[in-house]
Write a protein that binds this ligand. Sequence first.
Ligand SMILES: CC(C)(COP(=O)(O)OP(=O)(O)OC[C@H]1O[C@@H](n2cnc3c(N)ncnc32)[C@H](O)[C@@H]1OP(=O)(O)O)[C@@H](O)C(=O)NCCC(=O)NCCS
Length: 165
Amino acid sequence: MAPKIELRKYKVSDAKRFFEILNNPNFKYLRICPKNVAGEEEFLRKSKEKRKNNISHDYAIIYNGKLVGGSGIKIDQHRKFIGEIGYFLDENYWGKGITTKAVKLLEKIGFEELGLKRITIIMHPKNIGSEKVAIKNSYKKEGTMKKTISHEGKYADAHLYAKTK
Ligand SMILES: CC(C)(COP(=O)(O)OP(=O)(O)OC[C@H]1O[C@@H](n2cnc3c(N)ncnc32)[C@H](O)[C@@H]1OP(=O)(O)O)[C@@H](O)C(=O)NCCC(=O)NCCS
């Protein structure tokens, strides 16, 4: 049977599982690890408000009934017809095409439900897995943006991929 991949809205009770997934030193180019489960609960609690205010629309990635990752669209607050997709997945599930499928589902929400005209995906130039997710979903590379990713006072370039409707 084909694996079933679904998106569902965050629940505060997802905190422990998300903390477990994000607390991974192999997430080299995504450093959003909360300090503890309580910190993650706090983040998840804000998700409803962010959706209501059209700031971001975040979803848990469910694979065969299990929470395996997260994916969301952040809305550009100056140009609300533009959204940026981001994602992360439990390392035990990498390389199965799960994120590629999740982005496909999320893009449909972005274009059809949120009325977006342009969706972008950006990644660190060395984040090959993330770049492949964008390419496999037919996003087109528009260039490399200088000093776009910041972490602990350091700035890195990022590839820009986009799709328009
Ligand atoms: C990026 C990430 C979400 C990809 O998830 P995934 O479900 O494994 O992605 P998919 O299986 O849909 O596709 C990834 C493709 O890249 C390949 N890939 C993954 N890591 C790779 C690497 N380090 N080098 C080369 N190829 C890689 C996979 O084999 C797959 O290619 P294939 O379909 O040709 O086999 C996952 O690796 C992750 O969570 N990384 C840490 C967080 C992160 O970096 N998020 C993105 C921030 S921009």
